[in-house]
Ligand binder design. Structure first.
Ligand SMILES: Cc1cc2nc3c(=O)[nH]c(=O)nc-3n(C[C@H](O)[C@H](O)[C@H](O)COP(=O)(O)O)c2cc1C
Length: 205
């Protein structure tokens, strides 16, 4: 990555028209997911999964589930960013990775496992909130990573979640939170849209 984070944030736009013949360089998909996977999540649950839709058949099926939005066929890849519920069932395995490398004491991992069991197990609303929070953060990280790698991206929430879940065989605890198209933008995309002034969106307490 050559750009500073500020340049990346300032220059990212939501792309709707891609160069259809542009193919990602080898290793790009893994690198995008490696970086998105560094996003934070509550209790380090890492309650996300990414499906890279790159094949023609996959793109056609996804486009159909996304109400025909054309950018899915044009983009080099569209990621289905899934958020995972039922964190209490996999937190032990996830935290073990940090315990094994001495990044986290085993007692802390146990305490976090207990906390997630208590707070999540009987609270489906919280599980869904956490899945959406984590997947959204990962999606944003991925878009910034893409920009830093010289690529363009677009977030999409316009899709039929049930259709995506069925077509791409998501597990019962996987929610399709967002689609992220990635590729090279055509020249005639919109510029970044104008944001409200900071004075309107910031307050102090
Ligand atoms: C959660 C979310 C859902 C979105 N869904 C769609 C979508 O289905 N189709 C689309 O063309 N753009 C979609 N967008 C893109 C927004 O329209 C875009 O981010 C916004 O207009 C700001 O554009 P800018 O970042 O280029 O200024 C979505 C963006 C977000 C964050």
């Amino acid at each position: 990555m050559q750009n500073t984070i500020r340049e990346v944030i300032e220059s990212r736009t939501s792309v709707g028209k891609y160069q259809a013949d542009y193919q990602l360089e080898a290793g790009c998909i893994e690198e995008l997911v490696r970086l998105a996977n560094l996003s934070p999540s509550a209790y380090n649950l890492q309650n996300w999964r990414f499906i890279a839709v790159q094949s023609n058949d996959g793109k056609q099926a996804l486009q159909q589930a996304a109400y025909g939005q054309p950018q899915i066929m044009q983009a080099s890849v569209t990621f289905i960013v899934c958020g995972l519920t039922q964190g209490q069932t996999f937190i032990k395995e996830t935290l073990a990775l940090s315990v094994e490398k001495n990044v986290m004491p085993a007692e802390v991992a146990t305490a976090w496992e207990d906390a997630v069991e208590q707070s999540h197990a009987s609270n489906e609303e919280l599980q869904r909130d956490e899945a959406i929070r984590s997947a959204s953060l990962a999606a944003m990280t991925m878009m910034l990573a893409a920009k830093g790698m010289g690529l363009d991206s677009g977030a999409m929430g316009g899709f039929d979640g049930q259709q995506v879940s069925q077509t791409f065989q998501l597990a019962d605890n996987e929610i399709p939170v967002m689609l992220i198209t990635i590729g090279r933008a055509q020249k005639d995309n919109w510029s970044q849209k104008i944001r409200k002034p900071v004075s309107e969106v910031l307050s102090f307490a």
